[in-house]
Design a protein around this ligand. Sequence first.
Ligand SMILES: O=C(CO)[C@@H](O)[C@H](O)COP(=O)(O)O
Length: 171
Amino acid sequence: MVSSCKTGPDILNSNLASLVAECLQMLDSGADYLHLDVMGGHFVPSITFGHPVVESLQKHLGQDPFFNMYMMVSRPEQWLKPMAIAGANRYTFYLEATENPGALIKDIRENGMKVGLTIKPVTTVEYLAAWANQIDMALVMTVILGFGGQKFMDNMMPKVHWLRTQSHLWT
Ligand SMILES: O=C(CO)[C@@H](O)[C@H](O)COP(=O)(O)O
C-alpha cells in the first residue's frame, strides 16, 4: 500500500451555489484531489447531487483535478458509467451497499476509474481487508455517514492503524 499522505477535502459544507469557486479555492490551497459527496436519499437520508454536477465541474475546472466520487448511494452499480463519462477519476463505494463487490470493482476499472472502498463505522475493518489487494484506496469513516459537521470518532483510528500495518493485504 502506498502510504504517502494526500489531502482530499470534501465539498459538503462548501457553498454549493458557488461550487466551482469553492473547488478552485481548495485546489489553489494545495488539495491533491476533491472528495465529492454524493448522497442519494436512500442509503443515507440526505440528497446532494449526481453526475450532471460532476460533468459541469469538469467542464469548468478542466481535466487536471482528480475527482474522488464518494458514493453514499444504494446499488452503486447504477451510477458507475454516468460518473465515468462525467469525468470521475475514482469511484468510492460502500461495501455494505452492494451484493457483488468483486464485479463492481472489475466494472469500475473497465470504465477507466480507480477504486475506492469504504465501510460504515459499525463495520469491522476485516470485512474491508478481504478486498484490499483489489482497491486503490480504503476509506475508514470517522463520522456517521450522510451528514457534515460531526465530531470526529477517534475510536475509528485503530482501524486505520491496523490496515496500515497489514502490508500483506495490499499485495
Ligand atoms: O459525507 C460525509 C460523511 O458521510 C463526509 O464526507 C462529510 O463530508 C464530512 O463532513 P465534514 O466533517 O467535513 O463536515
